[in-house]
Design a protein around this ligand. Structure first.
Ligand SMILES: NC(=O)C1=CN([C@@H]2O[C@H](COP(=O)(O)OP(=O)(O)OC[C@H]3O[C@@H](n4cnc5c(N)ncnc54)[C@H](O)[C@@H]3O)[C@@H](O)[C@H]2O)C=CC1
Ligand SMILES: O=C([O-])CC(=O)C(=O)O
Length: 328
C-alpha cells in the first residue's frame, strides 16, 4: 500500500554532494519504494542555476516516486513542511586545511537555517548536517531551532563508520557485509576515534583477527585521515561516498537499524560516556521508533577513553570558538 508522500529539503543542492544525492532520494532510497517524495532544494543565488539544472534532469528521469521539485533561495520556502532536511550547503575544505578551519566560513549558515527549520519545517522533521565542521554546525542549528527537540538534529559520521567497515573488510579480504559493531566516537575530524574493540567479522571478534599495532598505527589514522586522503587523490573532497552515507544515515533513522548491532551518528549528548551534555558527538546508536538511541553499557578501556576525551576536547574548543564568534 502506498504511504503518504514525504518532503525532503536538500541545502546546497546545486553543489557536488547535492547532485549525487538528489537522484538517489528521488528513486526511493530513503523512504522506500512505497513512499512518494517531494524535493525542496535550497541554494544561495550563485548556486541557483545549478540546482535548477538538477531539477530539470530530475524531471527527465521520470522517477515514479517523485511528486515535485522546487528550487528556492529562501530558507522558509525551502524548509516548508519538511519531514527531513539534509544540510549540505557549505564550503568544502581544500588540501592543507582541517575541517575546523571552515568554522568561520560556514558556521554562520547554520543558525538562520535552524531558525527557519523551527518556523517552517514539518512537526516531525529530522535534520542531518553534512556541511563541515558538521558536529558544531549541528550544535548551532539545534540551538537556534526553538521548539524543535534536540533529538531531531544530528551530524553525519556515517561516512567515517562506512570507511572503517570498508577498510577493515579490505584488510581481512572479507565482504563488508561480514563486518558489524564498528563505532565512530567524537568529532567528524582527524581526532575522531574509529573503534573496533567490539566489532565482529562474520561473528568473530575483530581484535582477535588483526594485531593491535595495525589498529593503532594504520587503521585509526587511515580512517581519521580518509577525507584528506580523498582530497589528495581526487583533488577535491568526497562526494559519492558522502552522499551514500547521508542516505544510509537518514534511511536508518526513519526505518530503524535491525540486523546490525548499531551504527554511528553524531547526536546531542545526554551525558553518556562522559561526553558533556549538549555537545554533538558521535556515538554507537540504534534507531528505534524513529529516534536515535545511544547504545549503553559499552566498557571503555584506557586507550579508548583517552581517544574519546581528546576528540571531545576539540568539540568543546569548537563550541568556545563559536561562542566567541557570537553564533551561540
Ligand atoms: N560530514 C561529512 O562526512 C562530509 C561533509 N562534507 C561537507 O559537505 C559540504 C558540501 O560539500 P560539496 O557538496 O562537495 O561542496 P560544493 O561546494 O560542491 O557545494 C556546496 C553548495 O552549497 C551551496 N551553499 C553555500 N552556502 C549555502 C547556504 N547558505 N544555503 C544553501 N546553499 C549554500 C553552494 O552554493 C554550493 O552549491 C562541505 O562543507 C564539505 O566539507 C563533505 C564530505 C563528507
Ligand atoms: O574531508 C573533508 O573535507 C570532507 C569530509 O568531511 C570527508 O570526506 O569526510
Amino acid at each position: 500500500m502506498s504511504q503518504p508522500p514525504r518532503t525532503i529539503t536538500v541545502t546546497g543542492a546545486g553543489g557536488q554532494i547535492g547532485y549525487a544525492l538528489l537522484f538517489r532520494i528521488a528513486s526511493g532510497a530513503i523512504y522506500g519504494q512505497d513512499t512518494p517524495v517531494s524535493l525542496r532544494l535550497l541554494e544561495i543565488p550563485a548556486g541557483l542555476r545549478s540546482a535548477e539544472g538538477a531539477a530539470l534532469e530530475l524531471t527527465d528521469c521520470a522517477f515514479p516516486l517523485l511528486r515535485s521539485v522546487e528550487v528556492s533561495d529562501d530558507a522558509d520556502t525551502a524548509f516548508a513542511g519538511a519531514d527531513a532536511a539534509l544540510l549540505v550547503g557549505a564550503r568544502p575544505r581544500s588540501a592543507g586545511m582541517e575541517r575546523g578551519d571552515l568554522l568561520e566560513a560556514n558556521a554562520a549558515i547554520f543558525g538562520p537555517q535552524g531558525a527557519a527549520i523551527a518556523r517552517s519545517a514539518g512537526p516531525d522533521v529530522r535534520v542531518v548536517v553534512v556541511g563541515n565542521p558538521a558536529n558544531t554546525n549541528a550544535l548551532i542549528a539545534a540551538a537556534h531551532a526553538d521548539g524543535v527537540p534536540p533529538g531531531r538534529f544530528s551530524a553525519m559520521t556515517r561516512l567515517d563508520h562506512n570507511r572503517a567497515s570498508g577498510i577493515l573488510a579490505a584488510h581481512l579480504a572479507v565482504p563488508v557485509s561480514d563486518i558489524d559493531g564498528v563505532t565512530i566516537w567524537g568529532n567528524h575530524s582527524a581526532t575522531q576515534y574509529p573503534d573496533i574493540t567490539r566489532a565482529t567479522v562474520g561473528g568473530a571478534s575483530a581484535i582477535d583477527l588483526v594485531d593491535a599495532e595495525w589498529i593503532r598505527e594504520r587503521f585509526i589514522p587511515r580512517v581519521a585521515g580518509r577525507g584528506a586522503e580523498i582530497i589528495s587523490v581526487r583533488g577535491s573532497s568526497s562526494v559519492g561516498s558522502a552522499a551514500s552515507a547521508a542516505i544510509d544515515h537518514l534511511h536508518d533513522w526513519v526505518d530503524g537499524t535491525p540486523g546490525t548491532s548499531w551504527t554511528s551518528a553524531a547526536i546531542v549528548s545526554d551525558g553518556s560516556y562522559g561526553v558533556p551534555e549538549g555537545l554533538v558527538s558521535s556515538f554507537p546508536v540504534r534507531s528505534v521508533d524513529g529516534e536515535w538511541r545511544i547504545v549503553d553499557g559499552i566498557e571503555l578501556d584506557e586507550f579508548s577513553r583517552a581517544r574519546i576525551d581528546a576528540s571531545v576536547a576539540e568539540l568543546i574548543d569548537e563550541r568556545e570558538q563559536t561562542r566567541s564568534l557570537g553564533l551561540l
